[in-house]
Design a protein. Structure first.
Length: 373
């Protein structure tokens, strides 16, 4: 039986956005006329489900949490009991970051900021529908530092319209020069529900160029003191995202708010993605499912191999009463032979070798593991 974890983390979804980016398929929008009602429903949901456990991480994501004023955010944060060294993160948009706002967030107990930069090319920012300019990224980081934050994460996207390898290298160099503690790099995904899905851009870099961007990012960040600790994430020593690591390590967590997902008492659940349904009945789950042992095993492999350290097969063997090497002999042999998978002292990990980079084939490799589960 897999060890049971009590929730030590909570994610809060703030769905408000002043403008939806062209690549965004998240549940968010211009719901500002419903903001008061949403806050009331959100607090009601938290009161109903949260059992006052001391939390190690709290994360406000969206949407754009920085669209909320400080008093609204205070009402949310005050609902939770946090450990003394808890990681408390909020996502912000650069042009929401004023000195007064960041000072207020710091005073409320936030100690980590995740900022969506996406690019430092103003033309690309316009193409993808961002509300800010490159100059606002610099001032936002400065304002955040001056407020006292010592843990800043910046997001970039690669594979954007008109973007070149050299252009992405410039973006990443700018982030590194800002000396932030954490960097998240995401390949452009065009999912159903976003503007680009109905209006596909024709000037995207091809798959080979995107692969070169990813490999270059690993080399450049590594030379500048960042650890590539997860498929899309890089950090200075001691600054891995504790909240996201909770997901990747298959631990339990609360999810509150519109379209939020959670994992509590062995049940994976999700809330409705309809703002009106959520306002009317915030404590009703849209979906909930007890995970089978097979599903838990698949998640342990799928999420564990996202991490640079890979998976610990002794722990998996104990928790699931299997012999990992025997059960997955064929897929292990296949990708060890090609070099996309590597054996470690504790198990296996995806290779970060530029010529046989397992992260670039992670979806294919993980699908093979799932077939053998």
């Amino acid at each position: 039986m897999v060890q049971k974890f009590n929730p030590e983390s909570a994610y809060i979804h703030i769905p408000f956005c002043r403008g939806k980016c062209n690549y965004c398929s998240f549940v968010s929008g211009d719901y500002f006329d419903k903001k008061t009602g949403y806050l009331y429903s959100l607090l009601k949901e938290i009161d109903y489900y949260y059992s006052d456990e001391p939390l190690k991480t709290l994360y406000l994501g969206g949407g754009t949490p920085s669209c909320m004023d400080l008093e609204e955010i205070k009402k949310i944060v005050s609902k939770f009991r946090l450990e003394d060294n808890a990681e408390v993160t909020i996502e912000v948009n650069p042009n929401d970051v004023t000195p007064e706002y960041m000072n207020g967030l710091f005073d409320l107990g936030f100690n980590r900021v995740s900022m969506g930069a996406q690019s430092f090319d103003d033309n690309i920012l316009k193409l993808i529908g961002r509300r800010h300019t490159s100059s606002e990224i610099y001032s936002a980081v400065e304002n955040t530092r001056n407020a006292g934050f010592k843990n800043i994460s910046l997001d970039l996207i690669y594979g954007l319209p008109t973007q070149t390898l050299k252009g992405f290298e410039h973006d990443l160099t700018e982030v590194i020069n800002l000396d932030v503690e954490h960097i998240s790099l995401y390949g452009l995904k065009i999912d159903e529900g976003c503007y680009f899905y109905k209006n596909p851009p024709t000037n995207l870099p091809d798959d080979d160029v995107q692969a070169d961007m990813y490999i270059m990012a690993g080399e450049l960040t590594g030379k500048n003191g960042y650890e590539h600790y997860e498929v899309s994430n890089y950090s200075k020593s001691g600054y891995n995202s504790k909240h996201n690591s909770n997901y990747w390590e298959c631990k339990e967590y609360y999810g509150f708010g519109l379209a939020a997902h959670g994992y509590v008492d062995g049940v994976r659940y999700s809330n409705t993605s309809s703002i009106d349904e959520y306002l009317n009945s915030p404590v009703d789950r849209e979906f909930g499912k007890f995970l089978t042992e097979k599903e838990k095993l698949e998640e342990r492999i799928f999420l564990g191999l996202r991490l640079a350290k890979g998976i610990n097969i002794d722990e998996i063997n104990t928790d699931f009463n299997i012999d990992f090497r025997t059960k997955y002999k064929d897929v292990l042999n296949k990708y060890l032979k090609t070099g996309h998978l590597e054996e470690t002292k504790i198990g296996y990990k995806l290779s970060d070798n530029p010529k046989t980079n397992g992260f670039l084939l992670s979806n294919v490799i993980l699908a093979d593991f799932m077939e053998d589960s």
